[in-house]
Design a protein around this ligand. Sequence first.
Ligand code: C2E
Ligand code: CA
Ligand code: CA
Length: 413
Amino acid sequence: MLESRFRRPLNEGDVLFRQGDVGDSAYVVESGAVEVVLEAGPRPPQVLARLGAGAVLGELALVDRQVRSATVIAREPTVLRVITREYLDARMDAADPMLRHLVHLLADRFRNVVSRLAEVQPSVVADARDAADRVSALTELALQQEMEAALERGEFELHYQPIVRLRDRSVAGFEALIRWRHAERGMIPPSLFIPAAERSGLIVPMGRWIVQTAGAALAELDAVQRRGAPARAPLFISVNVSARQLGDAALIDAVAGAVARAALPHRLRLEITESALFDNIDQAAEFLERCRALGVELYVDDFGHGHSPLSYLYRLPVSGIKIDRGYIADLGRYPASAKVVGAMTGLADALDMSAIAEGIETAQQCAMARNLGLRLAQGFFFAPAYPLAQAMQYLEGPDRAGSWGRLAQAAEG
Ligand code: C2E
Ligand code: CA
Ligand code: CA
């Protein structure tokens, strides 16, 4: 296990900090166990709590800048995630002054109560320390801090899943999907960090990086396609955008920059879920009109998965829908699902929109989607999301990327 600014390994018996030390970090126990010990002068030390994986410690000194109120010792080999004062300060500075004041007030009060209780009833203190909401809040803070550093260090990468024509399986474009190549934990899928990036707002700078990177990748993929099959229609690239990004004016600048640099009009697409669109319809409308003016098209992601009224389909400038993979998985399982997918395809046709089937995993789903009138699809049956080099190989001939495909799919689990 590597030691880093954000990770602290301890051997059994190591003291993390001593009562009275000045504190500059809080910790989340990732594995192992520590004991929180109160050293009370001539009396024998009292064990206030034994904390295992997921527990948080040391956060009080971080907030109120006072010394540590107890000593913490590792009772077995332990790994801690570190939340630094710098990071917390930056978050506190950005917070509402009223909230900041309240946090300090509460920290003071908590410390007073704890020191009085510790004398009379140590077990109550232990219980208070285990409060689940504090644990999850600080675990989240640790994750956010790690993600910010990862973005600076360039640990995020985009992979590209081919979107193919069902007619001949030629590649029409790619969807860019983010992954986090973590030094210790390997490849982390977006479901484990995008929600936290949305809550913390990190999705905003991350989103600009995604648009720039995807734009540059399109230029490279295009060069491969032009060499191999110059007569084919130009490729497109599709980028996922979440609700929080709709209010980011700088994202429009990033989009405009990508379009200008790679001469991309009508080839950069954004995918947004229906709930993100409908829940922020005014903001979405403004954002999308500005994207449209740049020649960027909007696709509704996970179509049919949300519970929004369909009016956004004509109230917003939508170019197409991506039929949620749940419906595709049901093809062949429930006869009526073919009718639903057929009706969605018909709705797209009637509105002059394009429809893409997501999550095709079998030859049967592929044949059914085609018979239902769908022209474009993506899914593991064709290819998983590849790193850029393998996406380029796939364009040269799916067989050349085939072995990569199976490897990548195995890696994605
Ligand atoms: P999504 O936009 O619906 O992306 C499609 C997901 O389905 C991807 O998972 C893809 O790997 C997976 N998939 C593709 N083909 C198949 C298949 O045949 N079967 C199955 N079972 N799954 C398939 P991934 O990459 O883990 O992404 C999950 C979600 O994370 C995405 O769902 C999207 O909501 C979000 N996400 C990914 N990249 C980004 C990003 O760059 N920005 C934002 N804001 N969100 C992203
Ligand atoms: Ca998507
Ligand atoms: Ca989707």
